[in-house]
Design a binder for this molecule. Structure first.
Ligand code: NAD
Ligand code: ZN
Length: 355
């Protein structure tokens, strides 16, 4: 088990590896554990044993993005009320990004903020969602519209959890890994090039890749914790990716599948050739069908993106791996035609080619 330090106003450690769960700090008081239902079913016994010394209370969360709402947050506030959770006591989130974002949001607001510990159990949550302190819920109008910056007190990225992660969810994480490799360049890029499919199959050890991604994200967020500037690079591939998610109503494509298409857009908008190292990596990511996605809806979603300014979408572009620029404006005709191109390519993909 290794640790990575994230500095800032409220610094914390990210513990990483097989058995990281045992690094939960001993502290007075109880822990209010919010656990994803699938994680509880698959890992409940091990979790209960590991957390027993910390005087835990349990809340099992129904799985899925559609539960990342103020309604569920309300149920959690009621539960914390019954527990009379005190200000020094901790909330522990055990699950993917949905659990972390939601339980973190509840922790940030309960009694104006109690400490919370992230125990990410998906690859995506380990490499991305659990680090950086963004917490929140969705509203009827869109994803992550209500939230806070509330850094965790600790992150325990116990890679033992990943053994049960379905391959489609694994790819979600790997798309963010590929994104990070494109932003970071070597040595992470070479590592990912060598192991991408083996990581998806669960036959390559994941620790080194997770550590490199966490280190990269930690570096960026400690320089720019509240996304005044540089942190926006983490949105590489996300302008188009997010528009596809919105247009698909969030249940057709996973976040990773949408961002994989978004990274294809990035390659073209950045003017990188199909034979470039960057393009070849992106070509290995899942290309799921975009059949049935309405072109007008995608173009509309591009304009109403959170990241757009003055009605113009903004992009993160790559000069090459390891060199990116955020906040870029692209000619309207250029991004529109790239989106159209990708949609027509995506419609040719047979629905069955999902990994
Ligand atoms: N806060 C941030 O900075 C940030 C960054 C990226 C994404 N996010 C958020 O993260 C969410 C996506 O996270 P996610 O992909 O982890 O989704 P998720 O939390 O919905 O988990 C995906 C699925 O995997 C299951 N699962 C979790 N751990 C498992 C395990 N070990 N074995 C088997 N199944 C398991 C869950 O039950 C769920 O069905 C989105 O809501 C997104 O907005 C937040
Ligand atoms: Zn993402």
């Amino acid at each position: 088990v290794n640790s990575i330090h994230v500095s800032g106003e409220r610094p914390y450690e990210v513990w990483l590896g097989d058995g990281a769960l045992a690094q939960l700090e001993r502290a007075p008081g109880r822990v209010a554990v919010v656990v994803d239902e699938n994680v509880e079913r698959l890992h409940g016994a091990r979790l209960r044993a590991a957390l027993a010394p910390h005087d835990p209370a349990w809340f099992v969360l129904p799985s899925g993005e559609r539960h990342k709402t103020l309604d569920t947050a309300g149920a959690l506030w009621d539960w914390l009320g019954e527990l009379r959770l005190e200000r020094r006591e901790r909330v522990v989130a055990v699950g993917g990004g949905v659990t972390g974002d939601l339980a973190g949001f509840v922790a940030s607001t309960w009694r104006r903020g109690v400490p919370f510990v992230q125990v990410p159990t998906t690859l995506l949550a380990m490499v991305d969602a659990s680090v950086g302190g963004k917490v929140g819920v969705d509203t009827a109008r869109g994803k992550n519209l209500v939230g806070a910056f509330w850094p965790p007190a600790q992150v325990l990225a116990d890679t033992t959890f990943l053994a049960t992660l379905p391959v489609r969810e694994r790819w979600c994480g790997l798309v963010e890994v590929a994104k990070t490799a494109l932003l970071a360049g070597d040595p992470l890029l070479s590592l990912v090039e060598a192991q991408l499919e083996a990581l998806a199959d669960g036959v390559a050890p994941v620790e080194e890749v997770v550590a490199a991604c966490v280190r990269f994200k930690a570096d960026v967020v400690q320089r720019d914790p509240t996304e005044q500037g540089e942190r926006a690079v983490l949105n590489l591939g996300h302008t188009v990716g997010h528009a596809l998610e919105v247009a698909g109503g969030f249940d057709r494509l996973t976040h990773g599948e949408a961002v994989a298409w978004g990274l294809r857009a990035t390659i073209r908008l950045s003017g990188l050739s199909p034979g470039s190292r960057e393009a070849r990596l992106v070509a290995r990511l899942p290309a799921v069908t975009l059949d049935g996605l309405d072109e007008g809806a995608v173009l509309d979603a591009m304009l109403s993106d959170k990241k757009s300014a003055g009605g113009k979408p903004r992009f993160v572009l790559l000069e090459r791996a390891g060199r990116s620029r955020h906040g870029c404006h692209v000619d309207d005709d250029a991004w529109r035609s790239v989106v159209r191109e990708l949609l027509s390519e995506g419609r040719e993909v047979a629905p069955a080619s999902r990994p």
